[in-house]
Write a protein that binds this ligand. Structure first.
Ligand code: URP
Ligand code: ZN
Ligand code: ZN
Length: 466
């Protein structure tokens, strides 16, 4: 009985249902749900009872796009696996899928082992890996099969960043063909990086060095073109495709057109594209550097298309692309040359709250909140139903969410290891109260009770969303 926990009196919200139910946890897993006040629930005994009255009881968030400790732009993302997963827990996210990186000239094995070592023993919540393919060749194509068997079942390719992560169309096609045969899901950074680099060079030659020019050279059309091309390459290869960090209305239109043809094409967007815009990139005194990421923030008008895409399921997932760089000493590397600003925004702690605010604001329903932030990322990346739902047999990764609490997002109070917040001063209705990871309390009524090393590597199956 002492290994049993009862969560009593809350509103259980999953992607499928909303139920006034009690949840029984045993040995780190959900054992049963029963209507609150029912004879079945009344008969349960447990060593610990958590009162959830007035709260939502939701699955822990699954953030399928993070970059802890990523070496990038001459520096490294400022959150370690320890600080980043602790911040994730504070924000109600109990699983992250981070990106291991293959460097050019090295094997996938070397890259993956480096990322295992970074994460091992340091995480507060569970984690899995995608693999970034920077060097597609005969050897690495064969290695993809081995990684799929090892539970690393998705591979990110870049049409951007020539000389760093970039792959040409031939390499992309080969990786997609391999994914089609081994079940690995190809994730695409869809921006035409070759054309963008020409525009970067021309802008800098004209003396256009401020952060706002980052947004201007990384044109909407070059995101849309790359998205279209990626879709056609995936069709030729016969592989599904997941496009990451979609920011432009025209890119959503490409995804929607493909989906209307019945193609297995999926899209992810991120809170920064839903809540921020080029107005932020234009902030004076180099403050716009805080908002430099790729794909870039877009004019505010694009947001309506992203919300619509999330409602119509032309976009299926909201991840953070959490890739934090401090303003001081990191973003500042690009003073006088926007192309040297390390690309990326912090956000792993804010996603569940921002999306709850979207429920409050009427953009999405409560169940769709859970679907895009928990259930679908779990399905997309082979973690379901262990993660992403509350059902008998699921890991007891559960958040008690107070839908009425008021908070103001600030770097003063956040737990991410970064010296600014992209959402500084934003008022949110709703706040994480308590977080369990595999039945262990990680946040207990706004007090951190977790520990580095509790989080474990999760072996993923192939995509379950097809
Ligand atoms: O600006 C971004 N998105 N940084 C992280 C790397 C990537 O492309 O996802
Ligand atoms: Zn990317
Ligand atoms: Zn990313």
């Amino acid at each position: 009985m002492s290994n049993r926990t009862l969560i009593s009196g809350g509103l259980v919200v999953t992607a499928a249902d909303e139920l006034h139910a009690d949840v029984l946890i045993e040995d780190g897993r959900v054992a049963a749900l029963a209507a609150h006040g029912s004879a079945a629930a009344g008969a349960w005994t447990a060593g610990r009872t958590i009162d959830a009255s007035g709260k939502y009881v939701i699955p822990g968030g699954v953030d399928a796009h993070t970059h802890m400790e990523l070496p990038f732009g001459g520096t490294s993302a400022s959150d370690t696996f320890e600080t980043g997963t602790r911040a994730a827990a504070w924000g109600g996210t109990t699983t992250i899928v981070d990106f291991a990186v293959q460097s050019v000239g090295h094997s996938l094995r070397e890259g993956l082992d480096t990322w295992y070592a970074k994460a091992d023993g340091n995480c507060a919540v569970d984690y899995a890996f995608h693999m970034i393919l920077s060097d597609v060749n005969e050897g690495t194509l064969k290695e993809m099969d081995l990684l799929v068997e090892e539970g690393v079942t998705s591979f990110k390719l870049f049409m951007a960043y020539p000389g760093v992560f970039y792959s040409d169309d031939g390499r992309i096609l080969r990786a997609m063909q391999r994914g089609a045969s081994n079940g690995g899901l190809i994730m695409m950074h869809a921006e035409n990086g070759i054309a963008i680099d020409v525009l970067v060079e021309q802008a800098l030659a004209r003396g256009e060095t401020d952060p706002r020019h980052h947004g201007e050279v990384r044109k909407v059309l070059l995101e849309a073109e790359a998205t279209h091309r990626a879709i056609q390459l995936a069709r030729v290869a016969g592989s599904p495709l997941y496009v990451v960090h979609v920011s432009a209305e025209e890119a959503v239109a490409e995804l929607a057109a493909a989906r209307d043809k019945g193609l297995p094409v999926f899209g992810e967007t991120c809170p920064q594209y839903l809540f921020l815009s080029t107005d932020n990139l234009q902030e004076p005194d180099f403050q716009g550097a805080k908002y430099v990421c790729s794909t870039p923030l877009r004019p505010r008008e694009h947001q309506a298309a992203l919300w619509r895409g999330l409602r119509t399921n032309d976009l299926q997932v909201v991840s953070t692309d959490h890739c934090p760089f401090c303003f001081r000493g990191q973003k500042e590397l690009g003073r006088g040359d926007f192309s040297k600003i390390p690309n990326g925004l912090p956000g792993v702690e804010n996603r569940m709250d921002l999306l709850h605010q979207a429920v409050v604001d009427g953009h999405i329903s409560r169940r769709r909140w859970i679907e895009i932030a928990c259930a679908t990322p779990a399905r997309m990346f082979g973690l379901y139903p262990r993660k992403g739902t509350i059902a008998p047999g699921s890991d007891a990764d559960i958040v008690l969410y107070d839908p009425h609490a008021e908070q103001v997002i600030s770097a003063e109070t956040h737990h991410m290891n970064v010296d600014y917040s992209a959402y500084e001063g934003k008022r949110i209705t709703g706040r994480v109260d308590t977080v369990l990871s595999r039945g262990e309390l990680v946040v207990d009524r706004r007090e951190y009770t977790g520990r580095a090393g509790h989080g474990a590597f999760v072996h993923r199956s192939t995509c379950q969303y097809l």
